[in-house]
Design a protein around this ligand. Structure first.
Ligand code: CAA
Length: 259
């Protein structure tokens, strides 16, 4: 499929999705969000793809939802937009492959929220994060009030969302908002290295780990642990489990096949 606002490439078994609206700092309108959703559906069905990278390129991740696009929206239209954001970002979470956000420059508003839906976040030294919607007379509408609070805690989330302040990569790292800071030159190479490492793991086990964490965090600990046990048990029906354990005993590297 052709995408007007996205670049898409595959390298071995890694999918690379690049937001491509540089003139407006990758501002997210309904069209790009819909394209991203469609592309994620395509990636989900592509058995060659074992891990995904979402980036905005070398200069900016995304400066949030498209402000001119939002200006004249009615409440009904705004709800449709927010629903589209939620559906796309939920699709990242429900994708049974790991998704890495490779972030350079600004990740603001919907851009920050996009990164929050990813499994892991790599940021450059000059990356900047924030939920500045309050300065536009609105609040985060793409899951920010929920995902940010779960990731960095309620107090820090309220600080960011109430004040609209922008934090640097070091602060984001200290909050647990990003996993690692890398140099600008290394961003894509490091993201690919991480993705390739993940692609060498058992894909069924990785998908189970993602599910157990993402769904488990939404329910009480008893239910989450119960779900974890079911995921754990189900993995004993796979060849990958036999391969992983046999490889350990035979002192060799496991060759996982995803079955
Ligand atoms: N929407 C549309 N266009 C945007 C944009 C956005 N969110 N952010 C930047 N742009 C455009 C600018 O209008 C400008 O276009 P022109 O050259 O045609 O004037 C171009 O991108 C470059 O931007 P700046 O000149 O402003 O660049 P800067 O380096 O001086 O500032 C910035 C960068 C601090 C990110 C600043 O652009 C900015 O504050 N952007 C808005 C950030 C924001 O408020 N994001 C939240 C949006 S609301 C949201 O996301 C809701 C939600 O939860 C879904």
């Amino acid at each position: 499929m052709e995408y007007k606002n996205l670049l898409y490439s595959k390298e071995e078994n890694i999918a690379l999705i690049t937001l491509n609206r540089p003139k407006v700092l990758n501002a997210l309108n309904l069209e790009i969000i819909t394209e991203l959703h469609n592309l994620l559906d395509e990636v989900a069905m592509d058995e060659e793809v074992k891990a995904v990278i979402i980036t905005g390129g070398e200069k900016v991740f995304a400066a949030g939802a498209d402000i001119p696009f939002m200006l004249g929206l009615t409440p009904t239209e705004a709800e449709k937009l927010a629903t589209a954001f939620h559906a796309t970002f939920d699709r990242i979470e429900s994708l049974d492959k790991p998704v890495i956000a490779a972030i350079a420059g600004f990740a603001l508003g919907g851009g920050c929220e996009l990164s929050l839906a990813c499994d892991l976040r790599l940021a450059t030294e000059d990356a900047k994060f924030g939920q500045p919607e309050i300065n536009l007379g609105v609040i985060p509408g793409a899951g920010g009030t929920q995902r940010l609070s779960r990731l960095i805690g309620v107090a820090r989330s309220k600080d960011l969302i109430y004040t609209g302040k922008i934090i640097d990569a070091q602060t984001a790292l200290s909050y647990g908002l990003v996993n690692e800071i890398v140099s600008n030159e290394d961003l894509l190479a490091k993201a690919k290295k991480l993705a390739k490492g993940l692609a060498s793991k058992g894909p069924v086990a990785l998908a189970a780990a993602k599910k157990a964490i993402n769904y488990g965090i939404e329910v009480d600990k008893y239910t989450g642990n119960c779900f974890e046990r079911q995921c754990f048990a189900l993995l004993f029906s796979t060849q990958d489990q036999k391969e992983g354990m046999n490889a350990f005993l035979e002192k060799r590297k496991a060759q996982f096949k995803g079955n």
